[in-house]
Ligand binder design. Sequence first.
Ligand code: GTP
Ligand code: MG
Length: 417
Amino acid sequence: RSLGNGKHARSQSPLKFFAEAKKSINDVFKDIAEYVKESHAFLNALPEECQCDKAKSVEEFGNMIQGIIEVLTRNHMKVVFFGRTSNGKSTTINAMLRNKIMPSGIGHTTHCFIQVEGCDSSDGFLLTEDSDQQKSISDIKQLASALSKVKLKENSLIRILWPKQKCKFLREDVVFLDSPGIDVTPDLDDWIDKHCLDADVFVLVANAESTLMQTEKNFFHKVSNRLSKPNIFILQNRWDISVGEDDPEEVEQVKEQHYQRNVEFLADQLKVVDRQEAKNRIFFVSAKETLISRLHEDNKTPTPHGSLQRNYQERAFAFANFETAFEICISKSAVKTKFEKHSQRGRNITSSLKSIMEETYQKCQLQGEKLQDVKGEKASELDFLEKQTLILTTEMKDKIKAMVEEVERKVAYAMNV
Ligand code: GTP
Ligand code: MG
């Protein structure tokens, strides 16, 4: 694959960084697995005098690599949405999915955590924590609604498996997590431990009609105590409401006030980004309008009169800009957090393998010298050993060296997004 092509493909969707890196790292590990297998067979065939003590661990490397490959295939990018009740978390997710999947409504609606992830089947289904049985998507309202009679625990998780073909985010391995309002639970620590430690991006859905509240700030202070420098976006949602205000100048002032306070929060208080970058993390949107217009666009039906407010395009652009910034941020962050540790383990395994082979080579040489003295008596054994030593010096040693270099290079390429 030429670098030029790679760059071109990357510029199409930033989310592809993740898929590309995942594939490259996966290929690297498949190669390492092959080398380990070969080395294991080679070492096993050597006479006992030439075996180095550590040779036994080569077999273990094989199992470790299989384990890593399994974890890698399950890895995804995770975004979690938080905010006070009714700020529009569920509506925002629906707008991104271009589908009304999450229950939304006035009052306290979402009662537990709902995760949306992609599946290969053409129909979606639900899974709850207590059973493997697939449930119908239409049960979601019943299961997740605060108004429902049968209540799941607030920190419990419902998984929605939704067809990948219906949404580009799901196709590229993004997983969405919706949460109940942070103002309705006393147990935020428990939420963070259970649902947030593997999150790549947090989206704070705030209400543009009011300023950031202490409950919202406290939550993110807790998050940044547990995770170093979490990636946070702030959506000032319901910005369509501002259209009803009489004085446009005042609306601009309100916008400026929101900017100031949010920048202060992200840069000065949480210290997760600098002031310049903080500005790029704040968006004035209307999830409701974006959802309505996208649904009608996809159905090729006109949007009903009055459902989109004046200057709607501005908020639609802001929503799309948020999505682009989000795509870049989440794929970069996920590659780093999800793959870096594995790449390091891959490097460790290959360099351990290299030193085992080197030690074995030295033992073989030593054994060869010893046998020189008794040549004649044990000519056939020496022949065999000489041959093996030759293979080690030429073939195997070069191969292992090349492998270590290749792993370094491929990992560097995969991580370089
Ligand atoms: P909980 O699940 O209760 O925590 O609320 P939520 O944050 O998920 O809010 P939800 O998406 O259910 O939206 C609450 C209400 O606000 C719904 O009636 C939405 O239609 C409405 N809403 C969401 N986004 C917007 C918006 O941008 N503008 C306006 N005007 N209304 C919105
Ligand atoms: Mg909700």
